[in-house]
Write a protein that binds this ligand. Structure first.
Ligand code: ZN
Length: 277
């Protein structure tokens, strides 16, 4: 029968008790004391200690004695030997130690996975990169030769915006791509405008684009940055004009390229294949 778990023991020390008489047969120097340490095992792997025991046996009459009920001279001799004993072997709890190590390793891996997961760099978004690159180009003094739209908007806002605002600190950038127009602005003292009327800034920009440039059918993308974050967004598909927080990601659509000719052909081929089925 295979005991897959249970208690096993090992002898940790034994000695002959010198100058002690066996209470049963009266022989001297025949009592041998044996200390054992017990442990719980699982598939013979020691897991944890379960206790110690001590047995005194007479080699002459074979009588065994429990260490709890011994005449004083024998009891003292046993106690002296017990004190000289080493502690139980460390391997008696190697199973537990192994489990603890496993748990510790698991914990470390868990912590690492959490740290690396949260700090894992997000998949690069080329559209975002393009936006950031353009955002870097915001300037308080747009070049009227290379960026006429920004130049025109600045000239206009310099007149219509109240003097309370630091108009010279306004930053501008614009880009035209096919039928799409992008206007970015940064207004750091946006707080001076009530949030309810901040959207007027977008309206004013739209007004210039329509009236001065005739952009009626073009897709207009306008983003206004405040001191800390984007506060206004207006795209053909999305508007966030609350004036406090807007998601700049809607502006990335400006950089989205139309589906190429080749991709369109592939799409058509797929549709035909489905129809044949
Ligand atoms: Zn005896």
């Amino acid at each position: 029968m295979l005991f897959i778990f249970g208690v096993r023991s090992t002898v940790t020390g034994s000695t002959v008790l010198e100058q002690c008489l066996c209470p049963n047969c009266g022989q001297e120097n025949t009592l041998t004391t044996v200390f054992t340490a017990n442990y719980f095992h699982f598939f013979f792997v020691p897991f944890f200690p379960t206790g110690k025991s001590c047995v005194i046996t007479c080699s002459y009459c074979r009588k065994q004695y429990d260490d709890k009920y011994l005449p004083p001279p024998i009891g003292e001799a046993v106690e002296r030997f017990r004190l000289s004993q080493k502690k139980r072997p460390a391997w008696h709890c190697c199973g537990c130690s192994f489990l603890l190590i496993l748990f510790f390793v698991w914990l470390v891996m868990l912590i690492f996975s959490i740290i690396f997961h949260t700090s894992e760099p997000e998949r690069p978004n080329p559209l975002e990169d393009k936006y950031k690159s353009d955002f870097e180009k915001l300037t308080t003094s747009p070049d009227c030769k290379t960026d006429t739209i920004s130049c025109a908007i600045k000239s206009y806002l310099d007149v219509v915006v109240t003097e309370e605002m630091d108009r010279d600190a306004f930053e501008y950038f614009s880009r035209v791509d096919g039928d799409k127009v992008l206007v970015l602005m940064k207004v750091t003292d946006m707080k001076k405008i009530e949030s309810g009327v901040r959207k007027d800034l977008v309206n004013e920009i739209g007004y210039i684009l329509r009236n001065k440039y005739g952009f009626d059918d073009e897709k207009i993308y306008i983003g206004v940055e405040g001191k800390w974050n984007t506060v206004l967004i207006s795209t053909p598909d999305h508007k966030e004009l609350g004036g406090n927080f807007a998601n700049e990601e809607y502006l990335y659509d400006f950089y989205e390229q139309k589906i190429g000719k080749n991709e369109a052909i592939i799409d058509t081929a797929n549709i035909k294949a489905i129809e044949i089925k």
